[in-house]
Design a protein around this ligand. Structure first.
Ligand SMILES: [Zn+2]
Length: 355
């Protein structure tokens, strides 16, 4: 299991929790507040930024780092998962062909094409430091034929992304290029996961993401560990969309060292906070629901062991008040607290030797 990740913006200790800054913002949180809360890497959505404000606007505003006031490395995803979400939702928003994905976020919009080459070009234009090959995401219950096609296209598109990346960055020094990651698809079919992983390793990537659904009914699917076993032991493995603290720890035990999830900020905005970090307990946390009556007169912080902006400056009672008066400061502080819980979790895992 690798212990560090070197990007063109510096070296990061692993494991890392990566907040989702889907639209170039960790919702409700200024990027300048993130480093003090242990965040060193953020993830943006290629298709969302291509749609709004458009990559040419992001580029005109200095690239994604300048745009969102973030000096650290940025991961951009391929867009495969978002297009899959559109495919499985309202009809007429997305389609798949052998040459790529076609999507729009509403019936009023025109279709945008995402080909392997345009996927790489878009991420390079954004200026991300870790970029992803285009992949074809499926539902775990999708028919076998669709899973086969997903793996065949994911491998074919990864080869095309690899070639486009090599060509477009031929004049850029290797240590100044973004990292290129690929996604291992295959649903719950072990043979397909194996085929996909082996083909991607032969093509050679800087890292690999677990594609599809890593969690079913609240627990990690067996394929998460399988994919880690199929890849070389020193591979950088990204558990895309993982997850709850329990599932993050389980995926780390399987060999994953990069995680991203909307859960900490989404829960923060709902007034659901993580506290009581304890890696030796059955569950690594307890849950604080700040809307509960018991917090109204609480003079202590939400988590006395936490060093976030919320816990070092305010009582739990004050946060309960902010939620009751629906002030956005409460959403921001709760999100920062939960992000800090996750980065304290990954910092604690760094101190433990990998299993
Ligand atoms: Zn805190």
């Amino acid at each position: 299991m690798p212990v560090s990740l070197t990007t063109r913006r510096g070296e990061l200790a692993l494991p890392q929790f990566v907040p989702d800054a889907t639209r170039a913002v960790v919702r409700g949180v200024p990027a300048a507040s993130l480093p003090a809360h242990g965040v060193e890497l953020v993830l943006v959505s290629t298709v969302h930024l291509a749609s709004q404000p458009g990559t040419s606007v992001v580029k005109a505003l200095g690239g994604v780092h300048s745009f969102m006031d973030w000096a650290g490395p940025v991961v951009s995803d391929s867009g495969g998962f978002q297009v899959f979400s559109l495919l499985s939702g309202q009809k007429g928003l997305a389609s798949v062909s052998d040459s790529g994905l076609s999507y729009r976020f509403s019936p009023k919009q025109r279709f945008r094409e995402l080909t392997p080459r345009s996927c790489v070009e878009t991420q390079l234009r954004l200026g991300a430091d870790i970029i992803y090959c285009l992949d074809y995401c499926t539902h775990p219950q999708a028919p076998a034929g669709e899973q086969e096609r997903s793996v065949a296209l994911t491998i074919k598109w990864a080869a095309q992304c690899r070639a486009a990346y090599d060509q477009l960055l031929a004049d850029v020094a290797p240590d100044q290029r973004p990292k290129l990651f690929a996604v291992v698809q295959g649903g719950q079919d072990r043979a397909l996961r194996s085929r996909c992983a082996q083909a991607l390793v032969e093509l050679g990537f800087d890292g690999y993401g677990f594609g599809g659904y890593p969690i079913v009914d609240g627990t990690l699917v067996d394929e998460v560990a399988l994919v880690a076993d199929l890849l070389p032991a020193d591979s950088l493995l990204h558990g895309l969309g993982i997850g709850t603290p329990d599932n993050l720890v389980a995926a780390w035990r399987a060999g994953y060292t990069i995680f991203d999830c909307t859960l900490p900020t989404r829960n923060g905005r709902r007034g659901v906070l993580y506290a009581g970090l304890d890696l030796d307990a059955d569950r690594p946390h307890r849950t604080v629901r700040i809307g509960d009556e018991r917090w109204v007169r609480e003079t202590r912080p939400v988590d006395p062991a936490c060093d976030c902006q919320l816990c070092t400056r305010y009582s739990a009672g004050y946060l309960a008040h902010l939620f009751r008066v629906e002030d956005t400061l409460g959403l921001s502080l709760a999100s920062l607290h939960n992000l800090r819980f996750y980065t304290r979790l990954t910092e604690a895992l760094r101190k433990r030797s990998a299993p």
